[in-house]
Design a protein around this ligand. Structure first.
Ligand code: SAH
Ligand code: SF4
Ligand code: F3S
Length: 479
């Protein structure tokens, strides 16, 4: 099994005071690098938050760091292998620091930590702590113990990390911007035959409604205008409500939408099997729910979907899309695709291409199937040759690119509400997001981060849509 067994090397000596090497000014620096999904980004923030009371501030320069955390992803082989090359780089930095009389502690966190545990210590030198995603609240104690000897903690502890993780101070939230991630559900019970997540993140757990409300209210009080609710299967959310009943995701979203100051709510990632009627209906009647749905389908072939254990067929997926579009015709659809799953024939691949052509996606992520140790599909004898996977991926991505460009082009001439995030590259320019999650750059003319302004889209830039504010007259003099 993939690192499910808890391998914990407990602290050998009594806890020493944390901060033995604290710099003169009492501050130390932590550098966190995240790979993989948005939940890792959220986790990285939570790790920084748990370290802040210990005197750590964040740095974006690894060379300046007293503590380096690699927050890893195990989803595909390439992602997992990246960690080892990065650890080589970290080791050099550490040597340089130590040569200059400093010190550096090195932590491997995230899904590779959970899956590989102590194996990481054997494969890479210079790692002090390997810590799985369910133990981040114990970081200070674990770091302390790791001063004596390397520590591995891949437990699924009985105490919930969510209860123990501190919330950031308002200044910190403000620095992180007007759009925030909030994990509401973690783990997965679906066991798709290609996927490591049920092993690395464990069984599905939903946070209680009151904890989420409190977190969102804090974020909004510090200036956040948009929250993205995260979960590996976010629409399977079933957290305990204040009334003691299990609340669904749409019920949670409707309640969150009552938060004064919160303008936008997004959620990701959803599973087609959990798209219930109320969640679909909400896209038609809840203004705060953004018209964007990331709904991974993986394949358009029923045979492959069955072999993947996706628990739904092609038609079921298409029917969901139809129903969502019926209540929200302009919704932007996004998906994940895997090509070259074991046994995928050319006809199966054509089914995927046909599904894409039928739906029309605004965005998508697509991958070559990567066999993952411990997952059923990795043992399948019908593995697809690499060159076939590559050719299929290119063809599929070309179609998806055309659809993405078409979706963006269709926005030209329209006026869309933009949530302003930050200044752009050019003087006076501001950038933000459309409801469809497109980046938009425009002449700010007084617009501040957190404002929502109507922007008339005039054209397409390389990485964003370009527009002008539609709520004030164009400035003739500067034009
Ligand atoms: N929980 C989400 C996605 C989890 S992982 C869901 O159920 O859809 C994100 C994406 O990575 C998946 O949707 C899938 O497209 C891709 N992925 C997962 N395992 C993979 C593997 N072994 N090889 C290639 N892609 C994979
Ligand atoms: Fe992985 Fe499937 Fe769970 Fe998504 S639903 S996290 S793809 S096992
Ligand atoms: Fe990767 Fe773990 Fe996320 S495997 S995609 S970091 S849940």
């Amino acid at each position: 099994m993939l690192g499910m067994a808890a391998r914990v090397i407990r602290e050998a000596r009594p806890r020493r005071g944390f901060g033995g090497t604290m710099a003169q000014d009492g501050s130390r620096k932590v550098y966190v690098k995240s790979y993989g999904c948005q939940m890792n980004v959220y986790d990285a923030q939570r790790m920084a938050d748990v370290l802040a009371p210990e005197g750590f501030s964040e740095t974006t320069e690894m060379a300046d760091a007293d503590l380096v955390v690699l927050n890893t992803c195990h989803i595909r082989e390439k992602a997992a292998e990246k960690v080892y090359s990065e650890l080589g780089r970290v080791r050099e930095m550490r040597r340089d620091r130590e040569a200059a009389g400093g010190a550096m502690q090195v932590v491997v966190a995230g899904c590779v930590a959970q899956a590989e545990g102590g194996e990481i210590l054997r494969r890479a030198k210079g790692v002090d702590l390997v810590v799985g995603p369910q133990s981040y609240h114990r970081l200070p104690a674990l770091l302390d113990a790791a001063r004596v000897r390397p520590v591995v903690d891949t437990d699924f502890p009985a105490d919930s990390k969510f209860d123990a993780l501190p919330q950031p101070r308002p200044e910190r939230t403000r620095q992180r911007g007007v759009s925030a991630f909030v994990t509401v559900q973690e783990g997965c019970d679906k066991f798709c035959t290609f996927c490591v997540v049920p092993y690395t993140r464990g069984a599905e757990v939903s946070r209680p409604v009151t904890a989420i409300l409190a977190e969102v209210e804090r974020l909004v009080a510090a200036g956040v205008r948009e929250v993205s609710l995260l979960g590996q299967n976010v629409n399977a959310y079933h957290g305990e409500g204040p009334d003691g009943a299990a609340w669904t995701l749409p019920r949670l979203m409707r309640r969150l939408a009552e938060t004064p100051g919160l303008a936008r709510i997004r959620y990701t990632t959803s599973h087609p099997g959990d798209m219930d009627d109320d969640l679909i209906a909400l896209h038609g009647d809840l203004p705060a729910a953004m018209p964007y749905l990331h709904l991974p389908v993986q394949s358009g072939s029923d045979a492959i979907l069955a072999a993947m254990n996706r628990r739904h067929g092609r038609d079921e997926y298409l029917r969901i899309i139809e129903r969502v579009r019926a209540v929200r015709p302009d919704i932007a659809l996004s998906s994940d695709f895997i090509v070259g799953f074991p046994g995928e024939t050319d006809a199966d691949f054509r089914d995927t291409m046909a599904l894409i052509a039928e739906v029309g996606f605004a965005a998508a992520y697509s991958f070559k199937y990567s066999p993952r140790p411990g997952t059923p599909a990795a043992d399948n004898v019908a593995q697809i040759p690499e060159d076939v996977k590559t050719a299929r991926l290119h063809e599929l991505q070309a179609l998806l690119d055309r659809q993405l460009r078409a979706f963006n082009a269709a926005t030209v001439g329209r006026t869309v509400d933009v949530l302003v995030e930050k200044p752009g590259k050019h003087p006076g320019q501001m950038v933000g997001k459309s409801p469809y999650l497109q980046a938009v750059a425009f002449e700010g003319r007084g617009a501040q981060a957190g404002d929502i302004v109507p922007v008339r889209i005039g054209g397409l830039g390389n990485f964003s849509l370009l527009g002008e504010r539609a709520d004030i007259e164009p400035d003739r003099e500067s034009a």
